[in-house]
Design a protein around this ligand. Structure first.
Ligand code: GDP
Ligand code: CA
Length: 310
């Protein structure tokens, strides 16, 4: 079975590891958010692409939850000592990847091409595709002003309530090479338990990607990022409350209106099952906390079981 997974960074990457464990890694394609991309100290950083690459290559720091294992911070400390910006944490090992990417982009190589090279160098068989090679950036409107995604998320600690999310460049953004084919040729489409607004939202803001999902001929299954109405980490619950009116599985399902056939959510949210059915979406209730390899695989299996049944 060939599967295409729409994903953000850390939460999505965890799920993706489960999916590639259950299937053959070469039968999986990851379509990754680029709305978080940011330039730091002159370096082109793609945090969600990097989280996916590090996770699939077994290089991720599982305790910290982002970045690379065995990381040190000398370059950033030195930059700060010389008066450089240090609000965005870049580790020494991580910087190596950003140097390669930045050089390639400056030389005119598309993000998808350099990402494929990085993934191959890391020994990854799964196709890792940025949603678009075009510039697409997430902006967050709050009562205190409008901020770029990373300024809101990292520098301001995602404390400002979100009034609206905007995707700069989405009107002109084309799917990166391979993305539409991956959606058309897949036997199933999965949406990882990533933040619906700021991780999956920017992917779906690419018109032709959204249309491919709307016109899908295969089952599309989303996994909720909420457990007991709360995010495992990050602002997803706050955003669902403000932008979708609540944190039940049906609210998660509504954020993917017309795009999914089934929604996997946690037993802690089982009270919301009927409301999901009422949306015309098949509810799949299971344990969704990914603590280790076994729980990641179980969640991937629960989502893939829905393909067979739907
Ligand atoms: P980011 O781009 O690094 O912020 O990561 P994602 O958007 O891909 O993932 C963030 C989301 O993952 C958060 O909303 C979390 O609630 C969710 N998440 C993280 N770990 C788990 C887990 O074990 N189970 C579920 N269901 N969601 C998770
Ligand atoms: Ca992200």
């Amino acid at each position: 079975m060939k599967v295409t997974v729409l994903t953000g960074g850390v939460g999505g990457a965890r799920f993706l590891r489960g999916v590639v464990d259950v299937l053959h890694p070469g039968d999986v394609t990851a379509v990754v958010n680029v709305g978080d991309d940011v330039e730091v100290l002159g370096l082109a950083v793609s945090p969600d692409v990097d989280s996916v690459v590090y996770a699939l290559a077994g290089l991720a720091d599982e305790e910290r939850g982002w970045g690379r294992a065995d990381e040190t911070w000398n370059a950033l400390d030195s930059a700060a000592a010389f008066g450089g910006e240090s609000w965005f944490r870049l580790g020494d090992r991580d910087v190596g990847l950003h140097l390669v990417r930045t050089q390639a982009l400056r030389a005119g190589e598309p993000l998808s091409a350099v990402t494929a090279r990085l993934a191959a160098a890391a020994g990854i068989e799964t196709a890792v595709l940025p949603a678009t090679d075009d510039r697409l950036r997430t902006w967050i409107e709050t009562p205190s002003g409008t901020f770029s995604f990373q300024e809101w998320f990292v520098a301001r600690g995602h404390r400002d309530p979100v009034k609206r999310v905007r995707f700069e460049g989405s009107a002109d953004a084309r799917p990166a090479p391979g993305v539409l084919d991956a959606l058309l040729e897949a036997d199933a489409i999965l949406i990882a338990p990533s933040n619906p607004f700021v991780s999956i939202g920017p992917i779906l803001a690419v018109e032709r990607i959204r249309r491919a999902l709307e016109r899908r001929r295969v089952t599309a299954i989303a996994v909720s990022p909420l457990i007991g109405g709360r995010a495992v980490k990050g602002p997803a619950a706050d955003m669902l409350r403000r932008l979708q009116g609540g944190t039940t599985p049906a609210h998660v399902g509504e954020s993917y209106s017309g795009l999914i056939d089934a929604l996997v959510f946690d037993e802690a949210d089982a009270a919301g099952t009927d409301a999901v059915s009422a949306l015309g979406v098949r509810p799949i209730v299971t344990h969704t906390l990914m603590r280790d390899g076994a729980s990641r695989r179980r969640l991937a299996e629960a989502a893939l079981d829905a393909v067979a049944v739907a």
